[in-house]
Design a protein around this ligand. Structure first.
Ligand code: SF4
Ligand code: SF4
Ligand code: SF4
Length: 257
């Protein structure tokens, strides 16, 4: 089947949160669990300010780091989207570290993120968020059609927003959540060139192939390898932060004398 995609048009979103509520209700999420988070970003300098509502949600990356590291198959790619089978999730949390957007969360020891409402889509429907949006800011369909719509919208709003652009056409192999942005990604808090963490690449290229064919042993080995890599990464980060704090203190002390 052709790849599907969601299209979120930030030029239309009014921040009403109806999609957030519809997603929670339709997918029976727990209290505090959310697949969409919306924040307002104000750009420019006074008095020339403009605001946009930016969505934080799964981008359904073609090169999905979360899928690459999941040892149980709880995360997988289906028709361009990143599907979730929470029943298969072991709660290891590797996907949390592997996502360049910080999307997956652990809820009651299982992965939680946007499922693209694939159960609804399988019966010919569209995701709950799409059904609910009062300003038609979210669309769903073939990725090709969504790219066409996005290009049309960008052309429409360029007069008002000269930096308007499509987000997700090429990032991470092409995203399954495309966005129409009124401005450059960085001004909206989105990475222009997101990268799959180096740890994931090392895991895929170095360790995973060695363990193929030895399922049980492989799972243990890859799990341990990833844990060590993650621990090293955290230690390095802590050491860097400590060095920065010392440098800052020395700079402050220098200012005092
Ligand atoms: S945004 Fe994160 S959770 Fe979603 S597909 Fe990409 S890597 Fe996976
Ligand atoms: S596609 Fe479905 S699961 Fe994803 S944000 Fe929309 S309603 Fe929620
Ligand atoms: S329902 Fe539509 S307008 Fe309201 S916050 Fe969601 S995307 Fe924006």
């Amino acid at each position: 089947m052709a790849a599907h995609a969601l299209l979120v048009d930030l030029g239309r979103c009014i921040g009403c949160q109806a999609c957030v509520v519809a997603c929670k209700a339709g997918n029976e999420l727990q209290e505090g669990e959310a697949n969409i988070r919306i924040r307002e970003v104000v750009r420019g300098k006074f008095p020339n300010l403009s605001g946009s509502f930016v969505h934080h949600r799964c981008f359904h990356c073609a090169d999905a780091g979360c899928v690459s590291v999941c040892p149980t198959g709880a995360l997988s790619k289906l028709d361009g989207l990143t599907a979730v089978d929470a029943a298969k999730c072991s709660g290891c949390g590797y996907c949390v570290d592997a996502c360049p957007y910080g999307v997956p969360k652990m809820v009651d020891g299982r992965v939680s993120k946007c499922t693209a409402c694939l159960d609804v889509v399988a019966t010919g429907g569209v995701p709950y968020c799409v059904q609910t949006c009062p300003s038609e800011a979210i669309k769903f369909g073939s990725r090709e059609a969504m790219l066409g719509l996005a290009a049309q919208r960008v052309a429409e709003i360029r007069g008002q927003f000269p930096n308007a652009q499509i987000y997700g056409e090429t990032q991470l192999g092409g995203l399954g959540t495309l966005m129409v942005l009124p401005d450059d990604p960085e001004t909206l808090g989105l990475p222009a060139a997101p990268q799959v963490p180096a740890l994931v690449n090392a895991w895929q290229k170095g360790i995973q192939p060695l363990t193929q064919g030895f399922t049980a042993l492989g799972l243990i080995t890859t799990g341990l390898a990833f844990l060590f890599a993650r621990r090293n990464h955290r230690l390095e980060t802590a050491a860097r932060r400590e060095a920065e704090a010392v440098a800052e203190k020395e700079a402050r002390d220098g200012d005092v004398h």
